[in-house]
Design a binder for this molecule. Sequence first.
Ligand SMILES: [Zn+2]
Ligand SMILES: [Zn+2]
Length: 247
Amino acid sequence: MAPLLLDAGTGLREAGLRARHFTEQHLLLSHLHWDHIQGLPFYEPLFDPDFHLTIHTCHPWAEEALRTQMSEPFFPLSFDQLPARITVEVHEDQEMFEAGGFLVYVSKQCHPGDSFGYRICRGDRVVVFSTDAGRKDFGRCEKCKCPHLFAAADLLIYDAMLSEEEEKGAKRDWGHSSNVSAVRFGALCKVRQLALTHHSPKNDDAKLDAIYAETLALAEERRTAQKWPERVLEKIWMARDGLEITV
Ligand SMILES: [Zn+2]
Ligand SMILES: [Zn+2]
């Protein structure tokens, strides 16, 4: 079974080098901002005529946007000239569908132009991919249903681009979140493992290490004060290239 692809940022190039032997694969797309699609033209399996990629999205104009991305003067080969077959499937918010052997539920999130989070299930395990999402009204927002999306996930991949100060202050409408809200909402939704992603490009490794230490300390403090069950946030990760997590 080919691994599911979650968004198509620059990491997709490396993933392509490891995916040469697959003939069919599914990609779940959160939204069409550049940092989430930039790797797609460089995904090596797209140059294999026997490969079929299905892209799942909730943006009805996604295929048109991807066709523009892969057209002159942005890229020498057009969408139709790529040897592989590419299919774009457009879903509704709150829809459940099957993708590559996984059961997937999709849910709208607060982000400029909307983004979509995915709850991915197989057997009794649940992984949630939720990036580019602001959560200032978590649980009370009429637009998004993030508590349903997160509930009791074995792994929640969570947007932590902002500091708590930015999330609550000047950048509260940017549609991004922080490590502090990750701990808060991860615990509230009884998530087992948490991986922070979408790190701010302005943060170097030392700053990311400091954010990680702060996150662990905060979780420990609240675990005691709020008497969390043992499985709640039992492990917290800083997502990075090549990281492997067992759920
Ligand atoms: Zn975005
Ligand atoms: Zn982004």
